[in-house]
Design a protein around this ligand. Sequence first.
Ligand code: UD1
Length: 423
Amino acid sequence: MSEHFEVHGGARLTGEVEVVGAKNSVLKLMAAALLAEGTTTITNCPRILDVPLMADVLRSVGCEVEIDDDVVRITTPAELSHRADSAAMSRLRASVCVLGPLVGKLKKAVVALPGGDAIGSRPLDMHQNGLRKLGATSAIEHGCVVAEADGLHGAQIWLDFPSVGATENILMAAVLAEGTTVIDNAAREPEIADIVAMLTEMGAKIQGAGTSTLTVEGVPELKPTEHRVIGDRIVGATWAFAAAMTRGDVTITGVDPHHLELVLEKLRLAGAEITTYDGKGFRVNQPERPQSVDFVTLPYPGFATDLQPFAVALSTVSEGTSMITENVYEARFRFIEEMVRLGADARTDGHHAVVRGVEKLSSAPVWASDIRAGAGLVLAGLCADGITEVWDVFHIDRGYPHFVENLNRLGARIDRVGTPTAG
Ligand code: UD1
């Protein structure tokens, strides 16, 4: 039997919860360690499956990786392999982030096409076009991205869309290229600023972190560093939505509230009282039933697509009707069918969803299809009559360290039942 959660409805969440390092940052920082010979130390790492998976990816190209509680130490040898095509590659999206560092360092890479959440099509054209502009060839052959260059040179690169992964890969190739690279329409996510901070500590010369123009002046080599991962804004926001949905009062620490300005504004509009603690965390107190709010997903600083399932979950129990627009991943509304099993009054049309709030949801067995959709179903289960079974919870475990323990400490009652299956 595989594992599932039994979520008892009716909880009001109160108390304090600490958030650790961001999944979407740590995995890229681990890849960046490939750029410098020697031992790089990354602290505040979340204990989630994707970290050991990424460690396997790095080991497959010749690194030694040691995971000690929340510290990851990566020792990059003088001679790295350019082939990253181990089985671990297909199990997470972020594995593709070894492409930029390998091309930057070795001028050659064979990188298996990545796996990750089934949330819609995830092409690599912008990653490849960026590398081509830097002077590499790039093609998909036998399930791998194959890239090669005699030497990399700086270039002007304009991204069609501010893709997080493409920005990271191009950046990590450009730091060792000869000359100046300008990446325009770059992603502005806090995780990009985090990787820029780490690369700068390693000796890279990068201007414009957090803006849509990154200017990189290539350097001949980088040195290892020690870096602390930024707090996970997506996890922090998950607890914020959980507080609002259960009419609770929760203080969330370990996340910079500036990374969640729009999210906190939306929760204020829904009726939450928000207190922020500069750089440290925030408190969400929801005294009454939430009011409906509209949400539109966009690249940062817009409302994150990774939070869209929580916007839907909140809307299912709010007073009034919400319109939620998904602009980033076309398949990300699929989980709404599961919300409907729980009694949500929701329908989708293309990239819009209309959700009419109901007083109470009603428990049912539901299936998680990705990390955030799964977590959204658990939050909905907290607002349902009876016990909601959420299946395929290995998805949730990939993104949330101590998910059940954290919610139970805040007053939820969730039991993990059965034996784990590999994600
Ligand atoms: C990252 C996050 C993911 C988040 C997403 C958007 C990680 C490991 N994952 O994914 O949780 O949902 O950012 O915030 O950090 N695209 C192309 N061509 C490309 C690259 C992307 O068309 O070459 C499209 C994608 O299909 C998607 C959009 O651009 O529609 C955004 O993708 P991107 O920002 O690249 O997301 P990821 O880096 O894969």
